[in-house]
Design a protein around this ligand. Structure first.
Ligand SMILES: NC(=O)C1=CN([C@@H]2O[C@H](COP(=O)(O)OP(=O)(O)OC[C@H]3O[C@@H](n4cnc5c(N)ncnc54)[C@H](OP(=O)(O)O)[C@@H]3O)[C@@H](O)[C@H]2O)C=CC1
Ligand SMILES: Cc1cn([C@H]2C[C@H](O)[C@@H](COP(=O)(O)OP(=O)(O)O[C@H]3O[C@@H](C)C(=O)[C@@H](O)[C@H]3O)O2)c(=O)[nH]c1=O
Ligand SMILES: [Mg+2]
Length: 301
């Protein structure tokens, strides 16, 4: 399949998409330098030049705490640009694959969130992502929105890499234990996206368009996630300053941040798994893979 255009090619998900989409044919992979999503003119001139059949948009403003003080930039990239892409797609018969976040929810639900649950973003980032979703849905283009959570990968910045670094630098660390969710790899998101793009091109999945939750299976807290990282890293010969019993669980109140995060970030992924006949791995699988890729022993081989 030709005619794929990818934004945010240097991001965590964008990087993995270049791998996962490669078997489908040539992908035009663009970074911010080639298409600035905060500039409508830049977006439209690039779309006009390449006339893609499918636009895949993992580019986003993802600095959750900074978004409050950079509201205009967050809104431009996360709320306005997706609407520009979607309206162009509607006018030109193209398809849009877009991404969103668990942070559209307030986290007060006791169970995993389903797609139709009411949103109530608690941060500027979450609000901007919600407005982007709505802009995509109202443009009238064929689209898929994949809402995911707690993304990590070996390329880019994420909690997993932060904890690996801190565990090598510090002998004690506090991590919040009352926010729960599922760490989800950029590789998994990219692989699922390939399946979605194949479904768009083929006819095996009726009525592909819509919003789907996509996360790895199982769940943990940020503290549980950090403890898993420390255990796996110490088994893989990282030179850690941190012992597991010096990794303390704390409450959200004990870790003040500029932006409020949901306590429950769990996403029910039944709709996606059913519609696309997809199994989803346990979150630990890809976490272990990425730690293995980053391990010092591997670099010495
Ligand atoms: N990261 C996470 O934990 C989660 C992410 N998501 C969503 O998943 C998607 C992918 O996220 P992820 O890959 O982790 O994000 P990253 O932050 O890793 O990558 C985002 C990319 O967007 C690019 N970008 C930012 N601003 C602009 C702009 N003005 N013009 C063009 N490109 C821009 C960045 O470019 P540059 O490198 O130049 O800054 C970067 O390459 C996003 O929609 C995000 O909201 C959902 C849940 C969790
Ligand atoms: C580094 C660190 C974080 N924390 C806490 C703060 C926060 O509650 C939680 C996660 O911190 P981070 O800032 O890494 O994660 P955050 O940037 O909030 O991650 C989010 O990013 C956006 C883009 C999303 O869409 C979400 O799904 C989610 O992945 O861990 C600690 O308690 N101790 C620590 O040492
Ligand atoms: Mg962050």
């Amino acid at each position: 399949m030709s005619g794929l255009l990818l934004t945010g090619a240097n991001g965590q998900v964008g990087f993995e998409l270049q791998r996962s989409l490669a078997p489908l044919g040539k992908t035009i992979a663009l970074t911010r330098a080639e298409m600035d999503l905060s500039d409508e003119g830049s977006i439209l001139s690039v779309l006009k030049e390449y006339k893609p059949r499918v636009v895949i948009n993992p580019a986003a403003y993802t600095a959750v705490d900074r978004a409050g003080s950079e509201r205009e930039q967050a809104m431009a990239v996360n709320a306005i640009a997706p609407g520009v892409l979607a309206r162009w797609a509607a006018d030109n018969g193209a398809y849009l694959v877009h991404y969103s976040t668990d942070y559209v929810f307030d986290g007060t639900k006791a169970d995993p969130y389903v797609e139709s649950d009411p949103v109530n973003p608690q941060s500027v980032y979450g609000e901007s992502k919600w407005l982007g979703e709505e802009a995509v849905r109202s443009a009238g283009a064929n689209h898929v929105i994949l809402r995911t959570s707690w993304v990590f990968g070996h390329h880019g910045n994420n909690f997993l890499k932060t904890i690996l670094r801190l565990a090598q630098e510090r002998s004690a660390l506090n991590v919040v234990a009352d926010q729960i969710g599922a760490p989800t790899s950029a590789a998994l998101i990219a692989d699922v996206t390939r399946r979605v793009v194949e479904a768009v091109a083929g006819s095996d999945v009726p009525d592909v368009s819509g919003t789907y939750h996509l996360s790895a299976q199982g769940n943990t807290s940020w503290h549980g996630y950090a403890a898993h990282i420390v255990r796996e890293a110490s088994a893989r010969h990282f030179n850690l300053a941190l012992e597991l019993d010096a990794l303390k669980p704390i409450s959200t109140a004990e870790y003040p941040t500029a932006a409020k995060r949901p306590q429950n970030s769990r996403l029910n992924c039944g709709k996606l798994m059913g519609r696309f006949s997809l199994p989803l791995p346990a979150w630990q699988e890809d976490v272990n893979d990425v730690i293995e890729k980053l391990a010092p022993a591997r670099n010495c081989k």
